[in-house]
Design a protein around this ligand. Structure first.
Ligand SMILES: CSC[C@H]1O[C@@H](n2cnc3c(O)ncnc32)[C@H](O)[C@@H]1O
Ligand code: ZN
Length: 430
């Protein structure tokens, strides 16, 4: 059976295309046809695209999904206080089942707000992989490794297990990376060990970098260099595809070091704003040819994982920072949230663009709303007016995960029941 979307306004995100009215046929997990008119066939599942915009699904390039359980639990703190005094103690209490339900909560929010793929770094990754498998979303999964004490190699072993067990699973929707957490939690020896393993197995790396000024000071005190120099000296940028989360506190020379790297930087503006980290120099990175995508970070810091919030924050921050409204245009920020992030997940040949032969990961946005009329410049409307709640339909790998705002793979009532009890227990007394 195939899905036929009729008479939608289609934004492909290809460089050469302008939005046009047309039909899209999905067969199996791929886009089979896209044209002004496609003949319906018996058995087609027909979707009315009138007054709707079809575009590639958004891709959240940096997430910690189970942190949805810690949403609005501990705000208005500095990053290291927030992490050490609140998040880590709460995480130490999370059971594998908590992680499963927390991941499902974030995934429900992502599907509802038009995210079709995302990158996760956390613990108890088997449970997150189960949640990804069941809900139908696409994910790049990473076991985050904090090398603070000798754990007998347990974290590294779990990272290896994740890569071996889950790469290519869930109809190919799951990919994996290795995840040394950050320069300040990874001494050089284990860091080099992970890099060597990743190179040998051709597995990408996902790591936090230069999120705060405190991190820069700490790494300078320990190693006499910037966090970026530290990763470069360890050999991280020689061969590997690397997904760098944040990149807020980078100087000109750091940006020069990242030039030509494989992978790129995931910008998380809402989390950076909430934690007072600063404004990442993303337009300078883009000018140097560095691939920049967009993410939310976990709901523990960002409070929401709606990518449309990040889109607005990203473009407004650049305009404000440089006192220049031409910085990071609507088109550029939409590129970041689709194709840029696809490149960070190493999925640039499969998703991020609507094109015949590509994976059918797309969303329909309902434009028949007061805040979305009239339609002059579609891309401006998308960047500056659309909210996650305007997403009507979400399709991943050719499967409809939300239709008419009804989630089809998640039992939300059961989800809310589980989350309420578990979240309360986890934060009790912290
Ligand atoms: C070991 S799994 C990942 C680890 O990262 C923590 N985390 C969440 N958000 C941030 C952030 O903005 N900077 C650094 N670390 C972060 C999360 O709590 C997990 O412990
Ligand atoms: Zn993070």
């Amino acid at each position: 059976m195939s899905i036929l979307i009729q008479q939608a306004t289609i934004l492909t995100m290809k460089d050469t295309d302008s939005p046009f009215k047309g039909d899209i046929r999905i067969v199996g997990d791929r886009i089979a046809e896209m044209a002004p008119h496609i003949q319906a066939q018996p058995g087609d599942d027909i979707m009315d695209g009138q007054h709707k915009l079809a575009m590639p699904g958004l891709i959240n390039a940096h997430q910690h999904t189970p942190m949805s359980l810690l949403r609005a639990f501990s705000d208005d703190l500095k990053l290291m206080d927030w992490l050490d005094r609140k998040m880590l103690p709460a995480e130490a209490r999370m059971t594998p089942e908590d992680i499963y339900w927390g991941a499902q909560l974030s995934i429900a929010e992502m599907i509802r707000s038009g995210t079709t793929a995302y990158a996760d770094m956390y613990i108890h990754m088997n449970e997150i992989a189960e949640a990804v498998t069941e809900t139908g979303i696409r994910a790049s999964l990473t076991r985050g490794m904090v090398f603070v004490e000798d754990d007998g190699g347990r974290r590294l072993q779990e990272a290896v297990d994740l890569v071996q067990r889950w790469s290519g699973k869930a109809e190919g929707r799951i990919t994996t990376m290795y995840g040394p957490h950050s320069p300040y939690t990874c001494p050089v020896e284990p860091l080099r060990e992970v890099i060597a393993m990743a190179e040998q197995e051709n597995v990408p790396i996902h790591i936090h970098l230069a999120e705060t000024k405190e991190e820069v000071v700490k790494i300078r005190e320990r190693y006499g260099m910037t966090p970026t120099e530290y990763l470069e000296e360890a050999g991280m940028f020689e061969k590997l595809h690397v997904l760098l989360a944040h990149g807020v506190q980078l100087n000109r020379r750091d940006i020069g070091r990242l030039k030509g790297m494989r992978g790129g930087v995931a910008h998380n503006p809402v989390s950076n704003l909430k934690l007072g980290c600063g404004i990442a120099p993303i337009t300078e990175m883009i000018a140097q040819g560095i691939n920049v995508g967009l993410g939310t970070d976990g709901a523990g810091s960002a409070t929401t994982v709606d990518m449309f919030e990040e889109i607005k924050a990203a473009t407004w921050l650049q305009k404000l920072d440089y006192g220049d409204p031409t910085r990071l245009s609507a088109r550029e920020v939409l590129y970041m949230s689709t194709r840029g992030s696809a490149g960070l997940l190493n999925l640039q040949d499969e998703v991020g663009v609507l094109e015949i032969g590509r994976k059918a990961d797309l969303i329909l946005i309902d434009l028949k709303k007061p805040h979305l009329q009239p339609v002059h410049e579609l891309e401006s409307l998308l960047a500056y007016s659309v909210n996650g709640a305007d997403v009507d339909t979400t399709i991943v790998n050719g499967r409809v995960l939300m239709r008419g705002r009804q989630l089809l793979t998640i039992d939300e009532e059961e989800l809310f029941r589980q989350v309420e009890v578990r979240a309360k227990r986890i934060v009790e007394g912290i």
